[in-house]
Design a binder for this molecule. Structure first.
Ligand SMILES: [Zn+2]
Length: 439
């Protein structure tokens, strides 16, 4: 009975927040949890739950999967705004359930923060878990990456549902061995392409075999420690690939799955991995190929994930990056651009970002010589300015700004192309400031 009233109250709060123009992404769930920590058990889920987790690319992959399912005519519930902790997922349930807690969507596609996978899916049935990658991220919230992987490994020891794993990330594919009785493991991978390299270029984790500690051998690297690897001693890494992207043309935005050619608006290998994950889910659930192709061709996520805009005639690319690998990928875009360009780096240190900003020292800031100016902002503009100066970039071309308004105004003083990198709590504010900018 108590749970029934909690649902009534939090549903009312959801409506109220909507009327106030807020998105009610976390607060209703947070209140419900405070009133009853087991509130999640009240929901009667009849549909299949597909969860997407990993350090980078969760929102993009999750939203792409949800769009494919919707375009295929399925009834979908999804946390598309990226509220991926327990409070966000419960908020989405509150919004979509009946007063008795029934959720009558056939598919629940849930972006899930890595540390909440064991918490949530020990309480609600999970049909499929998709794991994208593991990188160092927000260390003071998640603890070391290894601790996090071990927690998910522990959860998987008794899980026998579908498990879709990135075969090219040694931190991810090791999880296949958590439960040798699980016969529902599916690997995806991307073939060597023009962007692949024989040598490791950036800071990386997981280059040693997690089972016998031998150094892994790579046929090729895609980015960071992601690539085709194998342990020379115990042969960890050798896997039957279920879903393989070939004939990859990153700049042209095309790849093949089997004989079928797919086209996308994205032109980064990093995004191709998210699309590979999304299309493996579509394959597993036997969604119509033409709907999948059409969705991949049209899909763009306009929320600051490699978002391209034109502001005052200047090409502007905005990307969320909250860990060294994410920033390195964003910087690759800037380095590829041969024209005149500038960088705005917005660094916050709120709790959701991680209070410790030492991760910026693992970013690879070389090759900034063609960048005309670097502007820094956020709650820690000086930390990031010093980091970039230490990498050898001329101090007189670095402009730290105390407000986003000032930063954006400074940025658009010139006509050069703009590249904007912002971390978690900074991204939406900087997008808003840029979009509303007028000379
Ligand atoms: Zn080994």
């Amino acid at each position: 009975m108590k749970k029934f009233f909690i649902i009534i109250i939090t549903k009312a709060i959801t409506v109220l927040l909507k009327l106030l123009g807020k998105n009610a992404g976390n607060l209703p769930g947070s209140i419900a949890l405070k009133l009853d920590k087991d509130i999640i058990k009240y929901f009667k889920i009849r549909g299949k739950v597909i969860a997407v987790t990993g350090t980078n690319g969760k929102t993009m992959t999750n939203n792409c999967i949800a769009t494919i399912f919707k375009n295929s005519g399925k009834k979908v519930l999804s946390n598309l705004q990226g509220n991926n902790m327990e409070t966000g997922i419960i908020s989405a349930f509150i919004k979509n359930c009946s007063l008795t807690g029934k959720i009558d969507k056939y598919y629940l596609i849930l972006e899930t923060d890595e540390s909440y996978v064991p918490v949530l899916y020990s309480k609600i049935p999970l049909d499929c878990l998709v794991i994208l990658n593991f990188f160092r991220d927000q260390l003071d919230r998640n603890g070391e990456m290894e601790t996090l992987i071990l927690k998910i490994n522990k959860f998987l020891e008794t899980y026998t549902g579908n498990l879709i794993l990135n075969a090219d990330d040694p931190n991810v594919s090791r999880l296949a061995k958590a439960n040798t009785n699980n016969n529902n493991i599916y690997y995806y991978s991307i073939d060597e392409c023009e962007e692949s390299t024989k040598e490791l270029k950036e800071a990386a984790e997981g280059t040693y075999c997690p089972f016998c500690r031998t150094k892994l051998q790579y046929g090729y690297y895609q980015y960071a420690h992601v690539g085709r690897f194998e342990c020379p001693k115990c042969h960890y890494g050798k896997a039957d690939i279920y879903h393989f992207l070939t004939d990859v043309n990153v700049e042209g935005g095309t790849f093949k799955i089997g004989e079928e050619e797919y086209k996308t608006k994205y032109d980064s290998l990093y995004a191709f991995y998210d699309l590979a994950a999304a299309t493996s889910v579509a394959k597993l659930y036997e969604l119509p190929k033409e709907k999948v192709k059409q969705t991949i061709e049209e899909f763009v996520l306009n929320n600051g994930r490699l978002e391209k805009l034109e502001i005052n005639g200047c090409k502007t690319v905005i990307n969320l990056a909250k860990n060294p690998t994410g920033v390195n990928v964003s910087l690759k875009f800037l380095q590829k651009d041969q024209g005149k360009k500038e960088l705005l780096f917005v660094l916050n240190d709120n709790i959701a970002d991680g209070r410790d900003v030492s991760w910026i020292w693992d970013i690879d800031f070389k090759n900034l010589e063609n960048v005309e100016r670097v502007i820094t902002a956020g709650l820690r503009p000086y930390d990031i300015a010093i980091r970039i100066k230490t990498a050898g970039y001329p101090a007189d071309k670095i402009i730290p700004c105390n407000t986003l308004k000032e930063a954006v105004q400074t940025l658009y003083e010139t006509e050069n192309s703009k590249y904007v990198i912002a971390n978690y709590t900074a991204i939406q504010d900087v997008r808003k400031e840029i979009k509303s900018y007028n000379k």
